[in-house]
Design a protein around this ligand. Structure first.
Ligand code: PEP
Ligand code: MN
Length: 366
């Protein structure tokens, strides 16, 4: 196997980020050939292309299918680059292996389904090919970790994760919200699994790709997967988010690879002092929260004595409005404040319910 590819999957690749690029879909032999040719002149280490496309609605372009495997393999061989495709069924796995594809990935719509992932894992038993597992479409860390575990248990030793963002019903600046806390927790639990960011699907447009890719590098991701098309406007899938190989080159040249700690001891001391301040503030915050919940319990016993309900919608509405107004005036994001109000409220309701209905509470009965 190509040594850089091997190093990446064994998490010993040092020249980060490991860049994966290529079109959303392989559309024609020429498109694949010309894209791979341009990518081979850049710092790209692996070419991606969708052969079978999972589309949300029928009657969209669903990929060229098996014939395109050869286009990709031929271009990879000619320009000396390994190639990767998405597999969603056992048949896809068999065809990709037969065509000599170098790396497989499991898409977001497959990771959600343990039956499908298990079937793919079983089809891979005894085959040592690197596999990349995209996060599930819904923000569920366990499902993502579970899919990676299924692949590892089938004996695949070279596994990486791809963070491509999460569906959300709310309006968002992103096509798929990044929910950075999920890949961060993934990395904490499985530090040996290289983490790749797919800023193209997170952004859904070309303007935000740089910001997301840079954020990923600043979170110490190991690689980037960026959709690249020779003529994005004419792309048959994901046209809005694909960039040209030339734009990819510019983007990669602008990305900053920062160090994990400052070289200078004096600078490092400054950082440690700031962290001490954060530690002290976190402790203070927990003390304040404990005091707040103590009051919630007192309110709980007051409501019990006076036979009053826990939730008063007007009061809740007023809390949301006043806290977000106060917080946004102090440079906090509205979305963060809303989440904070919600978790405080949830805990406060639990504390009051424990107090008011102790005898019935399943948590207290345990
Ligand atoms: C893709 O990579 O083109 C793709 C279909 O991605 P996802 O599974 O993340 O939607
Ligand atoms: Mn795509």
């Amino acid at each position: 196997m190509n040594t850089e590819l091997g190093d990446f999957f064994s998490n010993t690749f040092t020249n980060k980020p490991f860049v994966i690029a290529g079109p959303c879909s392989a559309e024609s032999a020429e498109q694949v050939h010309d894209t791979v040719e341009l990518l081979s002149q850049q710092n790209v280490k692996l070419v991606r292309a969708g052969i079978w496309k999972p589309r949300t609605r029928p009657n969209s372009f669903e990929g060229r299918g098996t014939v395109a495997l050869q286009w990709l393999k031929d271009a990879g061989t000619k320009f000396n680059l390994p190639v990767a495709v998405e597999v969603a069924t056992v048949e896809h796995v068999e065809q990709a292996l037969r065509a000599g594809i170098d790396v497989l990935w499991i898409g977001a719509r497959t990771t959600v389904n343990p039956f499908m992932v298990q079937e793919i894992a079983d089809a891979l038993r005894g085959v040592n090919i690197p596999v990349m597992v995209k996060n599930p479409i819904n923000p569920d860390l366990e499902l993502w970790l579970g899919s990676v575990e299924r692949i590892c248990k089938a004996g695949i030793t070279q596994v990486s994760a791809i963070h491509r963002g999460f569906s959300s019903y709310e309006n968002s600046l992103y096509r798929y919200k990044p929910n950075w806390e999920i890949p961060i927790e993934f990395k904490r639990q499985r530090p040996e699994v290289p983490m790749i960011c797919d800023p193209s699907h997170i952004a859904g447009n070309t303007e935000n790709i740089f910001f997301i890719a840079q954020t990923a590098l600043d979170l110490q991701y190991d690689g980037l997967m960026i959709e690249t098309h020779i003529n994005p406007k004419a792309a048959l899938s994901d046209a809005k988010q694909q960039i040209t190989p030339h734009e990819l080159e510019l983007l990669l040249s602008k990305l900053m690879q920062r160090k994990s700690t400052p070289d200078d001891v004096f600078e490092l001391t400054k950082l440690l002092q700031l962290r001490e301040k954060i530690d002290a503030l976190d402790k203070e915050m927990i003390d304040v929260l404990a005091r707040r919940m103590e009051i919630s319990r007192i309110i709980g016993s007051f409501k019990k004595e006076n036979n009053v309900t826990i939730l008063q919608p007007e009061r809740w509405d007023e809390i949301i409005k006043s806290r977000t107004a106060y917080g946004t005036a102090h440079e906090l994001h509205r979305e963060f404040l809303l989440k904070l109000c919600n978790i405080l409220h949830e805990e406060s309701i639990m504390q009051q319910a424990n107090m008011m209905n102790a005898a019935e509470n399943p948590e207290l009965k345990k």
